[in-house]
Design a protein around this ligand. Structure first.
Ligand code: NAD
Length: 358
């Protein structure tokens, strides 16, 4: 296969972790007889410094013209002035909008070798392997009207939570597609006992469930889900929900692993359009330039890219297995090491994954 991949290293540790991931992708390409061509573009703080905007037109153009986009991270103290008109985060939001990616896929997998890094008891987190699938472009974050005003009781603010059945159906269908390649269970999370939006969500989700009888399906209220994620996280496979609930639950779920440097993500649009793949962590300015960042979340994001955007299941699995093997062999970057444990740097970790790929 010939694939065009846009790389957006960004700020802080971004360039280091993206460089390691590219190294790993190159080895996968050779091993499996593919050709990956890369275009590297600016985003975030570095784009502001060089062009005055966080998402230059050339960047969006290259992304739209590629099969998939792999991003590092953006932001840092240099661009944190709250009075600044241009901010690195505008780069990510603009890119999501420009690519029309409406489905945010966040896998939470506890590697056996890292089970004791979780703040939860290790027997509770062993075997956790779930996905939080969050609707990304609708719901209360975008609903109109929204704003603020002054009334007889002083200042007030308002937002609108709204979902139509097209938006609900397309994200729930992705949940069933994902589940079919996994443990075949979908959990839809809503607040149908209180919210009219959620009652429409539940109706449409049930219709999609009826069309997919091979997949086990359940609904859970969001408040209960917040508890179950702590209480019995291993019970879930694909959890699908709207923008607001997904924002909160995906961050809660990411804490189950206790290792930010291990968590990948994907943001997907309609079939055939480029997906956006990135680690969930930020630019880690406290360790930028030190050569100690953990590249595994980005390498695992690239594995998701191979599976979801390039349809290379076997290659994706090989990358994920290589990461598991490196961890099982006891190799750790500083962020996932226990005190006193020997650590390796960013480049050495990339090399170890390549070695495990054979
Ligand atoms: P962060 O995720 O960058 O860092 C939190 C902590 O985790 C830090 O101690 C950091 O050193 C550590 N860490 C994160 N990733 C790591 C890795 N791969 N290897 C080793 N250690 C790692 O969050 P923050 O400090 O709150 O934010 C820093 C900057 O990143 C801010 O400007 C923020 O706006 C931005 N940010 C960007 C994204 C993104 O690009 N998608 C996401 C979150 C935060």
């Amino acid at each position: 296969m010939d694939a065009k991949i846009t790389l957006l290293p960004g700020d802080g540790i971004g360039p280091d972790i993206v460089a390691e991931t590219r190294k790993v992708l190159d080895v996968v390409a050779v091993k499996y007889g593919h050709s990956f061509s890369y275009t590297e573009q600016l985003i975030g703080g570095i784009a502001i410094d060089e062009t005055g905007v966080a998402l230059p037109e050339a960047t969006l153009g290259a992304c739209l013209n590629s099969d998939a986009v792999l991003m590092g991270s953006v932001g840092g103290p240099k661009w944190d002035d709250p009075r600044a008109k241009v901010r690195p985060e505008q780069g990510i939001l603009g890119l999501r909008k420009g690519l029309n990616v409406f489905a945010n896929v966040r896998p939470v997998k506890v590697f056996d070798a890292l089970a004791d890094a979780s703040p939860l008891k290790s027997e509770r987190v062993k075997g956790v392997d779930l996905i939080i699938l969050r609707e990304l472009t609708g719901g209360i974050y975008f609903g109109s009207p929204q704003g603020r005003d002054v009334g007889e009781n002083g200042r007030f603010g308002y937002n609108t939570m709204i979902y139509n059945e097209v938006e609900i159906r397309r994200i729930v269908e992705i949940a069933f597609d994902l589940a079919r390649k996994r443990r075949k269970k979908v959990t839809s999370v809503d607040k149908a006992n209180v919210l009219a939006t959620s009652r429409v969500w539940r109706e449409v989700a049930q219709e999609v469930a009826d069309e997919n009888p091979d997949i086990e399906y359940e609904v859970v209220l969001v408040d209960a889900m917040a508890m179950y994620l702590i209480n019995k996280p291993a019970a879930y496979d694909v959890v699908v929900t709207g923008n607001l609930f997904g924002d909160i639950l995906s961050d809660e779920a990411s804490m189950i692993t206790g290792s930010l440097g291990m968590l990948p993500s994907a943001s997907l649009g309609l079939p055939g359009t480029p997906g956006l793949y990135e680690p969930i962590h930020g630019s880690a300015p406290d360790i930028a330039g030190k050569g100690i960042a953990n590249p595994l979340a980005t390498i695992l994001s690239a594995a998701m890219m191979l599976r979801s955007s390039l349809d290379l299941d076997e290659e994706a699995m090989a990358m994920e297995t290589a990461v598991s093997q490196v961890l099982a062999a006891g190799h750790r970057t500083a962020d996932i090491a226990k005190s006193g444990e020997k650590t390796v740097g960013t480049t050495a970790m990339g090399d170890l994954v390549i070695e495990a790929l054979g």
